[in-house]
Design a protein around this ligand. Structure first.
Ligand SMILES: O=C(CO)[C@@H](O)[C@@H](O)COP(=O)(O)O
Length: 237
């Protein structure tokens, strides 16, 4: 099978979504890019996860032409493509309809960084990418979803390696990472922090952001120049 190892990795990553209860029925999709080969692989549209096989995974080039796979690629393919072409640091992308993240997307609101759980992975709020103007909607909706995400990050000066996800207004979350597996990990984190931010708002009437020093301590201990989080404990400590 052409692009076998890439399609296998993407197939395995897609199967994690129902396992983590991030998707219902056929909702959602995972992709991963092989920049050296100039292609990315993505879940086919509308296929039940229980029926999905590695050979069903569709491979496209970075201009969006199908290179391998007999089925139609995900209806979100244009969004994945926009992100791969705009942000070279992105290696894998996940889209889900996980309930709490969708609630913030449908509200059209950023998910504020209320505590250390989110600060460990997101250096601030999870931004909400707004609807695009009617003039922009003229093109394919999926292309505009990707463009709205890119323009949100560029206009707000956000680094996709520091903020590995977004909620798209009236739609749902997209997350990313160095590969498909890390993008799935971030999708789990995003759904969890979406839930706890919502609960925080229910407890005290607002989902107030944590102080900046919490973000600096928690995010930079994992991602900063002197990152130390997750190191094996030194002998004798
Ligand atoms: O958001 C939607 C539909 O509202 C899609 O992302 C979701 O159904 C997944 O579609 P695909 O099966 O990947 O084409």
């Amino acid at each position: 099978m052409e692009y076998e190892s890439l399609r296998e990795r993407v197939w395995r990553a897609n199967l994690l979504l129902p396992g983590y209860k991030l998707v219902t029925f056929t909702w959602g999709n995972v992709s991963e890019v092989d920049r050296a080969a100039g292609v990315f692989a993505i879940k086919p549209s509308g296929v039940e996860y229980s029926d999905l096989r590695p050979e069903d995974i569709v491979v496209l080039d970075l201009a969006g032409h199908v290179m391998a796979g007999a089925l139609n690629p995900s209806s979100d393919t244009e969004t994945h493509l926009e992100l791969y072409n705009a942000f070279p640091s992105i290696g894998g992308i996940v889209h889900t309809h996980s309930s709490h993240a969708v609630a913030w997307a449908q509200a059209g609101e950023d998910i504020p960084c209320c505590g250390t759980t989110q600060a460990d992975y997101f250096y601030g709020p999870v931004p909400c990418a707004p609807h695009l103007t009617q003039a922009e909607i003229g093109e394919a909706y999926e292309k505009n979803t990707g463009r709205s995400i890119v323009e949100t990050f560029l206009s707000r000066g956000l680094d996709p390696t520091h903020v590995p996800g977004v909620v798209c207004a009236s739609h749902g979350p997209f997350t990313w990472g160095r590969d498909a597996a890390q993008a799935v990990y971030h999708a789990v984190v995003l759904e969890e922090v979406a839930k706890t931010a919502l609960l925080t708002r229910q407890v005290c009437g607002e989902a107030r952001p944590a102080p900046q020093r919490y973000l600096d301590k928690h995010f930079l201990r994992k991602h900063g120049p002197n990152a130390y989080y997750g190191q094996k404990a030194r002998k004798g400590e």
